[in-house]
Design a binder for this molecule. Structure first.
Ligand code: KG4
Ligand code: ZN
Length: 338
């Protein structure tokens, strides 16, 4: 039996500092330091994010190695997020990864964060990974894409948002309702207690498999502004119903496009990825629609939905198998296509 490939993965594209250790496709540890500092500002402050990564990176990596019971000399390579993301944040992870790979004289592997969200499906679990090709709805705070996944490397975006991302639609709704950042998980929590048919919001329109969320945000903003004029306590009295109504508009819009893409392309496996794939209604409705239409479905484990280094390590593993390594001069990229 060949020795398994042991990698350290590092993720620092936004506001989570994360390190993970993988052995082949098995995750041995996955540590995430969430930066609470942004809550008070209602969104991620790039300068503060970079500073927090700088403070967190060494202890997070140390703890990931400890929990995996691996010493740094046992690592075969270092995988890091090259982009897309906040450049100041990416620089912290990239510089740390380069220094460690140079010191240990092991390969450096640069990873595309959006590909890594998709490849989280290949982390070893009780369920076999999705059969190729599959359609992955990748929904995060910065992206909304329908990706045709041909293999671990070749991925094609067949639809994407023309303005805001789905995560932003959740976070901006939360902000309008006076909830702290990131609001997506809170909207999900309140929505569970509410009536999704209480209020109607227009389904956004965009051509093909593309999405648009900016109109929905404006519709929510005007609706709340007008309702507060007649009842200053409108939000408190209706919080659950507002959250449930907005959430169901977003989820049915996302799934309507994904399932239409499946029908029209003839691809029989659908999957979710990215932070918004932690949403309970999206997970539930994807499974029930797939089962009703005879499609195979895959949803990532909760810990691999929002930003994490386990997905960076697994994406690095597939690049390691192809000997697809990075040079010490590779620079972080704010934007990076699949
Ligand atoms: O993938 P991710 O952690 O970071 C980016 O790459 O953007 O996604 C973060 C996004 C945020 O907008 C957050 O509000 C949203 O995912 N999110 C959720 C839920 N959990 C996280 N949105 C709706 N429901 C959730 N349960
Ligand atoms: Zn992400």
């Amino acid at each position: 039996m060949p020795e398994p490939v042991i990698l350290l993965g590092i993720e620092s594209s936004c506001d989570e500092t994360s390190a993970a250790v993988s052995s082949g496709n098995v995750i041995l540890s996955n540590l995430i330091a969430t930066q609470k500092i942004h809550e008070t500002f209602g969104g991620v402050v790039p300068e503060l994010a970079s500073r927090a990564h700088q403070l967190n990176i060494v202890p997070v990596v140390r703890e990931a190695l400890n929990q995996a019971n691996i010493t740094k000399n046992e690592l075969h390579g270092i995988a890091f997020t090259r982009g897309p993301g906040l450049v100041g944040s990416l620089l912290v992870g990239a510089t740390f990864a380069k220094s460690l790979s140079a010191a240990l004289q092991v390969p450096l592997i640069d990873v595309n964060h959006m590909k890594a969200h998709v490849l989280a499906h290949f982390i070893k679990s009780d369920k076999p990974p999705p059969a190729l090709p599959f359609l992955c709805l990748t929904v995060s705070g910065g992206h909304t894409q329908i990706v045709m996944v041909h293999d671990h490397e070749k991925m094609e975006v067949i639809g994407q948002t023309l303005d805001d991302a789905a995560g932003e639609a959740f976070d901006k709704t939360a902000k309008i309702l006076g909830l702290p950042y990131p609001g997506g998980p809170l909207v999900d929590r309140y929505a569970r207690l509410g009536n999704p048919a209480a209020f109607r919001f227009p389904t956004p329109q965009a051509p093909g498999y593309n999405f648009s969320f900016s109109g929905l945000k404006t519709a929510v903003l005007y609706f709340i502004r007008d309702s507060l004029k007649t009842d200053p306590d409108f939000i408190q009295k209706n919080l659950n119903d507002i959250c449930a109504s907005v959430q169901s508009t977003i989820v049915s819009y996302l799934l309507q496009k994904l399932f239409r893409a499946a029908e029209e392309t003839g691809i029989t496996t659908v999957a979710l990825a990215g932070g918004v794939s932690a949403n309970s209604l999206l997970r539930h409705d994807l499974v029930s629609r797939a089962e009703n239409t005879g499609l195979n479905w895959h949803i990532p484990a909760f810990e691999y939905c929002t930003d994490n280094a386990a997905m960076i390590a697994i994406a690095g593993y597939y690049k390691y198998l192809r000997q697809d390594f990075s040079s010490l001069s590779s620079a972080p990229l704010a934007r990076m296509s699949l």
